[in-house]
Design a protein. Structure first.
Length: 228
């Protein structure tokens, strides 16, 4: 890929940054890891991006074979964007980047988080040891977005879809669930506030929320006057 911002460096890592190093590019990819999306869905998942910039990033990612566009069959008959087979190989890379960045000594907490970002964080931070001996299926409902989380044998599978007979159902928004899982908010408090509705076995959800511990932050070596 040749752009005005190319590094013109023979290193493959530099070429990788030529491909996905532009602002928003990797986050566009993140929004497609869990499946195809319409342009409007991508805008909803990336509220800070302008339509023009999103269009530009999608065109750039299509040009280098990371993203492709296709039309859904009737009755939907709408255009969606999806990762190519090669583009999907970025999924584990994004997870590794998230796992590394979670140790940042200046990691901001409390910022809004999108549904796909939260689900990706669950895949990234899942601790098999915390889930030892646990087996359950949980339906996660975020408005029109529905996911099924299955935990068994120390493994987590979480994908879009409807749960047939879940042990529990959680209906909430991504920021509320993030506050429960990562921010220390009590499940009962989220229920009382009306921000979270729970059906089924509450103990299953309480245990599930403990499976995603954040790693200890790396030591800060910045001079005192420069620390965030």
């Amino acid at each position: 890929m040749t752009t005005k911002r190319t590094y013109e460096d023979g290193c493959a890592a530099a070429h990788g940054l030529d491909l996905i190093g532009e602002r928003w590019a990797l986050l566009v990819v993140r929004e497609l890891v869990l499946g195809p999306k319409r342009f409007t869905d991508l805008r909803a998942g990336l509220p800070g991006i302008s339509p023009n910039v999103l269009t530009q990033r999608l065109e750039e990612l299509e040009r280098v074979s990371i993203v492709q566009r296709r039309k859904l069959p009737p009755p939907a008959a709408t255009w969606v964007y999806e990762l190519t087979d090669w583009g999907r190989e970025l999924g584990p890379i994004i997870m590794d980047l998230g796992r590394w960045a979670a140790r940042s000594p200046v990691l901001p907490m409390g910022h809004p988080i999108g549904t796909d970002s939260l689900v990706m964080s669950f895949r990234t931070m899942f601790d098999p040891r915390a889930a030892a001996g646990f087996k359950a299926e949980i339906a996660l409902v975020f408005g029109e977005d529905r996911f099924v989380a299955r935990v068994a044998g120390g493994r987590l599978e979480i994908d879009r879809g409807e749960a047939r007979a879940p042990d529990a159902l959680v209906e909430t928004d991504s920021n509320t669930l993030a506050a429960v899982v990562y921010g220390g908010e009590k499940l009962a408090d989220a229920q009382r506030s009306g921000k979270l509705r729970l059906e089924g076995d509450k103990s299953v959800v309480k245990r599930f929320a403990t499976f995603f511990p954040l790693p200890a932050p790396a030591p800060s070596t910045a001079p005192l006057g420069l620390r965030a």
